[in-house]
Design a protein around this ligand. Sequence first.
Ligand SMILES: NC(=O)c1ccc[n+]([C@@H]2O[C@H](COP(=O)([O-])OP(=O)(O)OC[C@H]3O[C@@H](n4cnc5c(N)ncnc54)[C@H](O)[C@@H]3O)[C@@H](O)[C@H]2O)c1
Ligand SMILES: [Zn+2]
Length: 464
Amino acid sequence: MEAVKASLSSQPFSSTLNVDVEGGLDISSGRKKVIWPRKSLSKVASARLQSSTVWSSKELAKFSLPAVTGGRQGSSVGMHIRANAAQIMDDVAAPPREEMTIVDVDLGDRSYPIYIGKGLLNQPELLQNHVHGKKVLIVTNSTIAPLYLDRVIASLKDGGNKVEVESVILPDGEQYKSMEVLMKVYDKAIETRMDRRCTFIALGGGVIGDMCGYAAASYLRGVNFIQIPTTLMAQVDSSVGGKTGVNHPLGKNMIGAFYQPQCVLVDTETLNTLPDRELASGVAEVIKYGLIRDADFFEWQEENMEKILARDTSTLVYAVKRSCENKAAVVAADEREAGLRATLNLGHTFGHAIETGTGYGNWLHGEAVGAGTIMAADMSLRLGWIDKDLFNRILSITMRAKLPIEPPSSMDVQLFKSIMAVDKKVADGLLRLILLKGPLGNCVFTADYDVKALEDTLRHFCKS
Ligand SMILES: NC(=O)c1ccc[n+]([C@@H]2O[C@H](COP(=O)([O-])OP(=O)(O)OC[C@H]3O[C@@H](n4cnc5c(N)ncnc54)[C@H](O)[C@@H]3O)[C@@H](O)[C@H]2O)c1
Ligand SMILES: [Zn+2]
């Protein structure tokens, strides 16, 4: 596989940016070379985050991503984009072998590429280049195995590649994202003598990705790990950024680790077998990126929502690419969630309350996030932080995405409050929320809001 670096001449970057208004850190970028002193940025960002609970991600977004330009979908094909612009990007002219976009997650010596394109499971070298050692364990589930397992095994062994491939097929469902089921992965790994140089491959949605990632992080204190996400949710969100783990009976994702993969391989063709409801669930996270940090991307979605839902190939590739760029930029700046990374949870505090209140599995994660985002937008509107026009746009795109715009009638104010009180983002007794503030593409992570607005929002959406 040849990583092709694209010319930046067609990718306008904002030339100067004041990332930290108080700290006064200026970052300059040129057209052909973009140099971002990431260490100093992180230092300033985290210092600021510790000193204040309010954080706007607008400037970071504008700096770290190329602006969306005309002919977006076609022009992105085969480009190699550093989502964190820490590296120097030069013009390189070689064309890509096949249509593929690469987004890099820049985490120093743990950096890794996200390959995005249609039919990438049929490009064996992509996987083979990232498999170290001679043993591979594929972790998947009973729904995905009949669809894609053989293809992944064939890809790994293509060209007579001498690699021993084992697989473990877990039951399908969020209720199996548990320590007990995770044991099956360790059992298989030990039975088949997976050694320190082996590679675990997650083939599936977010449940499989989180579980396999945690198994890889803990087996023999850490083995190589590759993500092959097969849901839109996993392709645009969960496979990127290194959060892995399982649920505990007393709480979701309570046991886990930060553990980064060697690469993420997104074959958008796998979305063709995904049920409509699961596809819409993933769209909720796509909308999120537009709202918290990427106004251009939101506007693109307003033009292209129906094409996304119709699974138009180039539209999907672009939606995944742009989402991964946003996630990668946030993760590169704040891997361990000192603050900025929390903005990825827009709508999630209300959403988690819905998921918990209705019982896991009844509402899909993205469905709960969709309704939760409307609630966060409603509260932002009540606080006077966004205008009615923006609120209506959010409502409209959520409806077009076929996502719910209100919680189920079983949720009452008290239930919301009791579940939200144990949210991970409660600090010193105050619930910190991600709210929208200012024009499209701006958000804050804050506990500094009028509690009456929260009360009013809950009352507005609940019957009692
Ligand atoms: N690590 C993170 O940063 C992060 C972020 C967001 C969500 N998550 C986690 O991700 C999980 C949700 O992920 P999800 O929405 O992908 O759900 P999922 O993994 O349960 O997959 C949804 C359903 O689609 C099926 N499926 C997957 N790919 C398919 C395909 N190509 N064709 C047909 N069916 C397919 C699955 O078998 C499952 O039934 C949750 O556990 C959540 O906590 C993690
Ligand atoms: Zn989410």
